[in-house]
Design a binder for this molecule. Structure first.
Ligand code: URA
Length: 194
């Protein structure tokens, strides 16, 4: 979608080069969102997984959370969706710095602005939630993250919050497949009936 080079985050760029030296076949570059530009639903995760999207170059692939999400999408027969991450490069230990998260806001804005039929954003995890509400000038203090909550971002778009379906969150029973599926079902309903 863009030039694959992005030089905004020096620390990440350096780290990705180290990973590339170790795993020459890995993508190790920004992972841009993919899916239909006609989508009514857009899913935002945190950042590419080291051995998942960072390897393949496609969000939510080759890792645990990706498999779970794609299973649900298939079971619910969602044929048009856009999927991306609020941070587009694998950050060391999966922990992006505030500056790194903010650097990626320009891409969050750009990807969202291309989805002209967008009705619902699913934020997977609090980091994704915070980055999205910031884009719409909504303050966290008055609109805290809560799993299952629906927030009106503007006249057209609603944001539904979910715990992230990471392996850790699944293993600690913070979220399970049934809970996540319910979020996606809600998103489908909202995307058609508001
Ligand atoms: N894979 C992604 O692309 N993003 C996540 O947040 C987790 C796994």
């Amino acid at each position: 979608m863009y030039e694959t080079e992005c030089t905004l985050c020096g620390r990440i760029k350096k780290h990705l080069q180290e990973i590339k030296n170790k795993y020459p076949g890995y993508h190790c570059k920004p992972v841009w969102g993919t899916g239909s530009l006609n989508s009514r639903i857009c899913v935002f995760g945190l950042a590419p997984g080291l051995h998942g999207a960072n390897k393949t170059g496609i969000p939510f692939t080759a890792d645990f959370s990706g498999q779970l999400i794609r299973e649900i999408i298939e079971e619910l027969e969602i044929d048009e969706y856009f999927i991306t991450n609020v941070v587009r490069c694998y950050p060391e230990k999966n922990l992006p710095l505030t500056a790194e998260k903010n650097n990626c806001q320009v891409y969050n804005f750009h990807e969202l602005s291309r989805l002209q039929n967008l009705k619902v954003i699913i934020a997977l995890g609090e980091v994704a939630y915070r980055q999205i509400i910031k884009l719409y000038d909504i303050k966290y203090n008055t609109h805290k993250f809560q799993h299952g909550n629906v927030l009106k971002l503007n006249e057209k778009i609603k944001l539904i919050s979910s715990y992230h379906c990471s392996k850790l969150n699944i293993n600690t029973h913070k979220i399970n497949k049934r809970m996540l599926k319910k979020i996606f079902l809600r998103a489908i309903k909202l995307s058609y009936y508001g």
